[in-house]
Design a protein around this ligand. Structure first.
Ligand code: FES
Length: 569
């Protein structure tokens, strides 16, 4: 316990007279109709992110009510407040651009208001990373609660879930296999309930990683958004946050280098989203922890994929929940995890994992260690003359026949150039070529959108080509698949080698050697480098701050001044 002031006495508004400030605060607080007894309680903030432009958070109201019940029952005063909300498909140019802004909002409101603990309620892709980044920059005890995944829809007897099936059907439509009427019908069946995308995309991956890091209640990640258990876990989360008051148990005390390594293992075992690499790096950066792509790559060699979910496998999040969810995955991975790390409820991970599972694990969805989906992890890191600071390939979602590949580059200089030419019948492109997208990285005006999954040129798609090597400094949706090299760093807009590629150059990818190389003589590259010009810096606002401070993907695309000092231990 600390002897810091609690509740309304905490963090008084500065008038130069603390007693006046408390008197004034109490008088305004009483205007809410709360009793004196309530106003004496410790305050548990509920950080909410509802928005009518965020369909995934549609159940947030009832979830917050359940958290409130838990806080009240445990003796706290629940006070909910909103922050920015990021609804993935409703943001331009991309939600990542606003993740850091939401993180600043969360951090500053946690710090400015008289809170003794808080529950972070998020879900849609960038909201959980933003909340964890913000909270990691404070000393406040917090617990993460996610809204939970959607249920699946049905189309002609087949289950559908955003957004893996969005992409699958869209690829078939582009290839001429579906007509306009059918793609419209599919459009109405992909996202049929509240909640986050029901595959192991970014939202689900980050929910699972919050649990793996020990900052969310065990078993909370996969409960469907519309399941009654989701409300029960919300109530339990509220009660836990209240018990954390005065404990000093902030993210800084929970998340260590060891728990970060656990999260990397889990990411690999889930065959989770490539976006999670960026978010974990950002969270680590806030906490002063080391996040190293080479370490992730080394862990990938000894971490089997245990979970058979889309986009790389068969099932959906509702199957994962029914199969045993994260508690089952963590038990299976236990020999590889640091078990002495603390978790938010005060137990070590080892103690959490000694609890018996309520139900038998469905081994079709969560495989035993002895019979994994794949003996190695879903992600690899690549380095080479085209990516001196690294790049990522989700090998679990890629075509093995393309792992060792040399081909001719077909370059698109920007997203606009891509949109203009990719389906041009006169585009010079062959199935063996390598599609390259430039200027879609963090320092570009495009702000690193999920555009790395370049569409197969229509004329090749119609000829039956399903996959090609694609390379960019962009990201890819966690729900997408293909032989797609992402997050090339430094990005083209920072003057990285990616900016120097020209159509016709040879590029070599070797997953075996973890190499990505541009096969062009240094003299020629020097000439191209001299002609390169950076993008203009925006004149004002968030865009200007972003442009001036943005870090590369291996550092989490955070703003440089928001990272914490490196911890020595
Ligand atoms: Fe919100 Fe996919 S759109 S999680």
């Amino acid at each position: 316990m600390t002897d810091r002031p609690q509740g309304l006495r905490r963090g008084l508004t500065q008038y130069g007279d603390p007693e006046f400030a408390l008197y004034l605060r109490r008088s305004f607080a009483r205007s809410t109709g709360l009793s004196d007894a309530m106003l004496e309680r410790p305050i548990v903030g509920i950080v909410t992110s509802p928005s009518e432009l965020n369909n995934c958070h549609r159940t947030m109201g009832e979830l917050v009510e359940a958290v409130r019940r838990g806080v009240l029952a445990a003796g706290g005063l629940p006070l909910a407040f909103p922050t920015i909300s990021l609804g993935e498909p409703f943001l331009h140019p991309t939600s990542l651009y606003l993740r850091n802004l939401m993180a600043i909002d969360v951090e500053e409101m946690l710090r400015a208001q008289p809170l003794d603990a808080a529950v972070l309620v998020g879900g849609c892709d960038k909201t959980v990373p933003a909340q964890l980044m913000g909270a990691a920059s404070t000393e406040l005890p917090v617990v993460q609660l996610v809204v939970g995944p959607m249920a699946t829809g049905r189309h002609r007897g087949e289950r559908l879930g955003a957004c893996t099936d969005c992409r699958r059907f869209w690829a078939r439509y582009r290839a001429g296999e579906l007509d306009e009427a059918e793609i419209r019908a599919v459009e109405g069946r992909l996202a049929v309930t509240a909640g986050t995308c029901p595959v192991m995309g970014t939202a689900s991956t980050m929910a699972c990683l919050a649990e793996a890091l020990g900052v969310a209640l065990p078993g909370s990640a996969a409960i469907p958004a519309v399941h009654a258990d989701r409300l029960r876990i919300a109530e339990a989360t509220g009660a836990l946050a209240t018990r954390l008051v005065g404990s000093g148990r902030s993210l800084r005390t929970i998340v260590s280098q060891e728990s970060l390594e656990n999260a990397m293992r889990v990411l690999l075992a889930l065959s989770g989203s490539t976006n999670a690499v960026v978010h974990l790096a950002a969270i680590a950066g806030r906490l002063g922890l080391r996040f190293d792509l080479r370490e992730l790559d080394a862990l990938s060699e000894t971490t089997p994929v245990l979970v058979d979910l889309k986009p790389t496998g068969q099932g959906y999040m509702e199957d994962f929940f029914a199969a045993g969810g994260m508690p089952a995955v963590l038990r299976e991975l236990a020999p590889f995890l640091h078990l002495d790390v603390p978790t938010i409820d005060g137990r070590t991970l080892a103690q959490v994992l000694t609890e018996p599972l309520g139900e038998p694990v469905d081994r079709a969805v969560i495989r035993p260690f002895s019979d994994p989906v794949s003996p190695v992890g879903g992600l690899v890191a690549l380095f080479g003359s085209l990516a001196p600071e690294g790049a990522i390939l989700k090998r679990a979602a890629a075509t093995p026949a393309l792992f060792e590949h040399e081909g001719r580059a077909v370059v698109f200089a920007s997203l606009e150039d891509l949109a203009r030419r990719i389906d041009d019948p006169d585009l010079e492109v062959e199935p063996h070529d390598v599609l390259v997208l430039q200027n879609a990285g963090p320092a570009s005006p495009a702000r690193m959108p999920e555009a790395g999954h370049l569409p197969i040129p229509k004329k090749l798609a119609r000829a039956g080509v399903k996959d090609m090597v694609r390379i960019s400094d962009a990201r890819m949706s966690g729900t997408a698949f293909g032989t797609v090299v992402l997050h090339v760093a430094p990005d083209a807009a920072s003057g990285g080698p990616l900016a120097l590629v020209r159509s016709g150059d040879r590029i070599r990818l070797s997953v075996r050697e973890r190499r990505l190389d541009l096969l062009v003589e240094e003299d020629e590259l020097g000439r191209r480098r001299e002609a390169w010009r950076p993008p203009e810096t925006p004149v004002r606002g968030w865009a200007r701050l972003w442009q001036q401070e943005i870090l590369q993907a291996p550092e989490g695309c955070d703003l440089a001044f928001l990272r914490g000092p490196l911890r020595t231990r």
